[in-house]
Design a protein around this ligand. Structure first.
Ligand SMILES: *Cc1c(COP(=O)(O)O)cnc(C)c1O
Length: 386
């Protein structure tokens, strides 16, 4: 009886989503090394993948992962605090800190786990969080878990941040300002230098999430760099699951903060450590990112090439959104592009705000210029025919 009620509950929710064109389905997808994927026995060129450097398919990285798996086994066997702290964790943390120019880094199970662990370990009930309205979902989850007073500010609006700090900062003990470094659905960069200066002025702490910056912005160093020099952002979160091509998350910060996380971040304390093969893969990938400027610059240069052909504004990252607004129209464009051999997923609310459904195109070092040109031509045709 209650089993039937439960089923009915799910069916009602799903029917409602379907009527709004917001029902999603998982599509089996097999990726290969040249920007191509196979879906339902069809081969497509994918412009919907975050493996910006193709490193998930890199032979040396696969080999590093295999060797560590043979040496240490598949799973890590426990939380890092219990028995899961394989020495590869420390090695990976040193590589991350070196690449980012921070004193230390601490590795988490994923980017999502990093954000929901770090934020509540820093602020609580007596504190204030200012968060960019377009920040990734897991920053909002972390902020909610912290139980702090939360103010959302308009996207990239530093004058609004300044106004809130002037008005509210003194009523709270600590203040954390949260933003994506590269916005995951829009591809634009946060005004990190200005935000960091404001935070300095008001004794607030800036935390940026560089999930889409590491490996592809500023010779791979990420969005907290400008013309080769580091902005001293005190809290830099990111993922090992995108350009790094593996899985996991991290916080780069000073050594006292990372030590605090090893003591207080619940998603680190109470979750199993990353598998050794994955840690070894991330270490090998960071070595490539550190040295191969030609590779790390390629995704953005392909994105610019695409934007030029379509007459879009020059992108700041390898993410190029084509906003169509209407959900049905966006789904139709995505389907028509699939018919032409290109995978580009329609992004709909609640992932993006109401009325801003879009095709989110991402460019990777695995793409060729010819593939990008063909894709641009197809997008032009599909949009013209709508
Ligand atoms: C993808 C993403 C995450 C989540 O990282 P995972 O490692 O996939 O859990 C966090 N923040 C941003 C901005 C992201 O784009």
């Amino acid at each position: 009886m209650s089993e039937n009620l439960l089923r009915g509950f799910a069916q009602n929710k799903l029917a409602k989503l379907k009527s709004q064109h917001l029902r999603r389905t998982l599509v089996e997808t097999v990726r290969s090394s040249n920007g191509k994927v196979r879906q339902n026995s069809r081969e497509l060129i994918s412009f919907s993948c975050n493996d910006y450097l193709g490193l998930s398919q890199h032979p040396n990285i696969i080999k590093a992962s295999q060797e560590a798996t043979y040496k240490y086994g598949v799973g890590s066997g426990g939380s890092r605090l219990v028995s899961g702290n394989n020495p590869l964790n420390t090695q990976l943390e040193s590589s991350l800190a070196k690449l980012k120019g921070t004193e230390d880094a601490v590795v988490f199970g994923s980017g999502y786990l990093a954000n929901i662990g770090v934020i509540p370990a820093l602020v609580g009930r007596k504190d204030l969080i200012l968060i960019d309205e377009l920040s990734h979902a897991c920053l909002f989850t972390g902020a909610t878990l912290a139980n702090s007073h939360i103010i959302r500010f308009n996207h990239n609006d530093t004058s609004e941040v300044s106004m809130h700090l002037a008005k509210h900062r003194k009523s709270y003990q600590h203040c954390l300002v949260l933003t994506d470094g590269v916005f995951s659905m829009d591809g634009d960069l946060a005004p990190i230098l200005e935000l960091n200066n404001l935070c300095e002025r008001y004794q607030a702490w800036l935390m940026t999430d560089d999930a889409h910056g590491l490996g592809v912005i500023e010779n791979g160093r990420g969005s907290s760099f400008i013309n080769g020099s580091a902005i001293p952002v005190p809290l830099q979160v990111g993922t090992l699951s995108k350009a790094v091509g593996a899985y996991g998350g991290y916080l780069c910060a000073n050594a006292d903060i990372t030590e605090l996380m090893r003591n207080r971040a619940r998603s680190l304390l109470y979750a199993t450590a990353l598998p050794p093969g994955n840690l070894a893969a991330a270490i090998a990938a960071l070595k490539i990112i550190e040295t191969n400027v030609k590779l790390t610059n390629k995704p953005l240069s392909l994105a610019k090439r695409f934007a030029t052909i379509l007459g879009l504004k020059p992108p700041e990252s390898p993410i190029v959104p084509i906003r169509l607004g209407d959900v049905e129209r966006t789904l139709k464009a995505s389907k028509q592009l699939k018919d032409r051999g290109f995978l580009v997923v329609a992004i709909r609310p609640p992932t993006v705000p109401e009325g801003t459904a879009r095709l989110r195109c991402t460019f990777s070092a695995s793409h060729t210029e010819t593939q990008v040109d063909l894709f641009a031509k197809a997008v032009k045709k599909v949009l013209a025919d709508q």
